[in-house]
Design a protein around this ligand. Structure first.
Ligand code: ZN
Length: 492
């Protein structure tokens, strides 16, 4: 008997807009595909949130006893600037600007991506395929779509014929758009355009002489369109239909809509049973954007080297913060929210550590079995991690009452409490209790704040010898003080 046979999981399906009882195509097995990063820059914190949501989902499926094949790709070709059809390839552009080989760009940022995810305690996916490693598969799908009449070739490029597809299928069903409206709202095609309709998208683009990323094909030298790689890799590793396809909300249109069209045009069937979308992360209430300075990288949060937060925050703490919001809600990150979250995180970790030494009695005032099921109920309700965390804090309250002697617990319940806490906190939420990250970090922070205060007083008394000594000795220990308008902050 597996846990999944006892627990009824409900999942919000973006395709139907409803919460549905989760039943995999093959009993006991799950195929899950998540659109991975385009490796042309350091991974964004918002992207980390999306991948972390699916890491938590992957972990919960495994905990329930499913055998999961989790495919998360690396986009290393074909993703054009602004997601436009005529822009430059993002990786080729970076390579040109930094005078690198495109594959050097890919290598550098793939390593960065893996480093950051490892710090956040991600489980590796079962397969991590790359677009450039699947050019042959992509060409085969284009040939198939051409043969079935849903694509056309012009001047060495191949485009998907959205109007033709929409005659027999429904283009826009995932994002809730109607093709007529889309056409009415887009600009007219110019004379230089190869496309028949503005909604048509590239399956294969002809490489101009200056384009450095190019492969031979039946239509001449070129490169694949961005949407195609996910259809090629998901079909290859998970089959023509599979259980879950995930990604960020911003990928719903056009990327996922185009994936559906490509798969339906070539296989004649809808590729995915449950579409799932994770929501975005804002910073101080505003969309993160490098151009406005309202942006922060994960590494800058861990080290404290940024002008937005007052101190460094550890990866498990940031993971806890992200898990305090439901994956499908917008989450806002700010200094105050992180400080409040850190208190909760430390409290939870300290509480788990104290379970082993709790006294036991001959009756239980806390119904641990019933509480454990409320934790499952939270996760079974579309992976509701904020409700789960509230349930974990119910247990923290009882742990404190038992410590005080106001409540008692029998030995069996104490064991179940410890096991359940460990399962949900470490295995499912993926948190880690790193000494440096919880209580010790709070103590360090207190000591540094005290020194900042003493230095301020010294400066006010014009005792610059002391104030410089504090700053220099902290710097020698690797702690940098930064004086700003809002006072002094520090980084490690
Ligand atoms: Zn994709």
């Amino acid at each position: 008997m597996q846990l999944y046979q006892e627990q009824t999981l409900r999942v919000h399906n973006s395709l139907t807009g409803k919460k549905e009882t989760f039943v995999p195509i093959n009993e006991g097995h799950i195929g899950m595909y998540v659109c991975g990063p385009t490796v042309y820059s350091n991974v964004h914190l918002g992207n980390c949130r999306t991948f972390m949501s699916f890491d938590m989902i992957f972990r919960y499926f495994r905990h329930l006893g499913y055998k999961v094949r989790y495919v998360r790709n690396i986009t290393d070709a074909g993703h054009l600037v602004d997601d436009a059809e005529d822009g430059e390839d993002k990786i080729a552009k970076k390579a040109r600007l930094e005078q690198l080989e495109p594959m050097e760009v890919v290598q550098r940022y793939t390593v960065d991506f893996h480093n950051i995810l490892e710090k956040f305690n991600f489980l590796p996916p079962s397969i991590e395929p790359t677009a450039t490693g699947h050019i042959i598969e992509q060409i085969e799908i284009i040939k198939d779509i051409l043969e079935k009449g849903y694509a056309y070739e012009v001047n060495g490029s191949v485009y998907f014929d959205v109007v033709k597809f929409n005659e027999t299928n429904e283009y826009g069903k995932l994002s809730g758009r109607k093709l007529e409206d889309m056409i009415a709202n887009t600009r007219e095609l110019t004379a230089q355009d190869d496309k028949k309709s503005p909604q048509d998208f590239a399956l294969w683009k002809k490489a101009e002489p200056e384009h450095i990323m190019r492969w031979p094909s039946p239509w001449g030298d070129g490169f694949p369109g961005w949407h195609l790689e996910c259809t090629a890799m998901s079909t290859k590793y998970l089959g023509e239909t599979f259980d879950i396809h995930g990604g960020g909300m911003d990928l719903k249109f056009p990327h996922h809509e185009c994936e559906i069209a490509q798969a339906e045009a070539s296989n004649g069937q809808s590729p995915v049973k449950y579409w799932m979308h994770a929501n975005m992360l804002t910073l101080n209430g505003k969309k993160m954007a490098k151009s406005t300075g309202n942006s922060i990288l994960p590494g800058e949060i861990f080290s404290g080297e940024n002008n937005i937060l007052s101190k460094p925050f550890s990866p498990p703490m940031i993971r806890f913060f992200m898990m305090q919001a439901h994956y499908a809600s917008i989450l806002d990150i700010s200094n105050d929210a992180l400080l409040a979250s850190e208190k909760g995180f430390n409290k939870l970790m300290d509480s788990i550590k104290s379970i082993k030494s709790l006294p036991t009695g001959n009756k239980s005032d806390f119904n641990v079995k019933e509480w454990r099921q409320t934790c499952y109920d939270a996760m079974n309700d579309d992976f509701n991690t904020p409700i789960l965390i509230a349930k974990l804090f119910d247990a923290v309250k009882h742990i404190n009452l038992i410590k005080e002697g106001s409540e008692t617990l029998i030995q069996d319940d104490k064991e179940m409490l410890l096991e359940t806490m460990q399962n949900f906190v470490f295995d499912i939420l993926g948190l880690e209790d790193k000494q440096s990250s919880s209580a010790d970090s709070e103590k360090l922070s207190g000591v540094v704040e005290l020194l900042i205060q003493l230095r301020k007083e010294a400066r006010e008394n014009k005792d610059f010898a002391t104030s410089d000594k504090i700053r220099d000795q902290l710097a020698a220990l690797g702690i940098q003080l930064k004086d700003g308008k809002e006072g002094t902050t520090y980084s490690l």
